[in-house]
Each structure stands twice: as structure tokens, then as C-alpha cells.
Design a protein around this ligand. Sequence first.
Ligand SMILES: [Cu+2]
Length: 163
Amino acid sequence: MLREKLATMLLAASLGTLGSVGIAHADSTVTVLLSDTGASATMASGMGMASSGAKMNMASFSVKATPQRIKAGKVTFKVTNTSKDTIHEMILSPVKDPKKPLPYDTANGKVNEDKAGHLGEVSELPVGKSGELTLTLKPGTYVLYCNIPGHFDGGMWTMVTVS
Ligand SMILES: [Cu+2]
């Protein structure tokens, strides 16, 4: 009798585990690291999205997202500024055509967030700080970028795919 009870308890425990794994799959977490080559390095340019011939390994700034493919639904972006000397941020915009540049305001060195479509952001993170953004995303392509002047054009963007 005791053994039967134990078996029931074990079954309940394993079902409980399966249940929580199911929930974890429904919501996605994306780790986002904001980095740069240092304030003393020369700032690269012409590295914006869909810039032809850009050698992205020469970029001054980067956004790294892990994973880059996520399931539609609730997504939490956990964003950390790993820079030693520069404020960064993360903005999320939808991408209609990955081969086309985002609307850009050359005079201010920034993406035109109104025209690009602004879905959410973790704004202006100080050095070493982290922030979170949770959104419900539909299938499609999205770009994560930093819109501190010059940073997007210096390579500070990456794309994620939601399916
Ligand atoms: Cu930046």
C-alpha cells in the first residue's frame, strides 16, 4: 500500500515537471548583449541594415540576440549593456523587407523610429546595466537596434525571426 502511494506520488511529480516544461515553451526568452569596441576606437559607418558591401566584422557596435529564431507569442528580451564606457539601448521594430534599409534620419544619425515602427524598447542602459522588455509578437522578421546617434550605422543591430 505504501509502495502504491509512492508510485502515485512519483507519477504526479513527473506530470508536474512535464507541465512546467510545457509552459516554458509557450513563452520565449531572448538574451540580448549590447557591445562595442570601446570609446577610443574609430567609429565605423555604413554598417546599417541592408547596407551593400558592409563588412560586419569591422563594425564598431553590435547587438547579439540568442536565440535568433523564436516562436510567436510572449517574448521577453533580457538586455545587458556589456560596454565599458558607452550608453546603449535596444529598440524593436518590424521588418517588412530585410533587403531594404530602415527609414533613416541622416542629419541626426538615427533610425526614424516613427517611420520604422516602434514596438518597444529598453532605453539608454548605463554601462553594465540590464533591462527587460516583454512583448507579444506575431510571426515575422524584427530588427533589434541601438538608436544612440551613429550606433545603428556603426553596426548596432541584428534581426530575429518569429515563426
Ligand atoms: Cu549603442
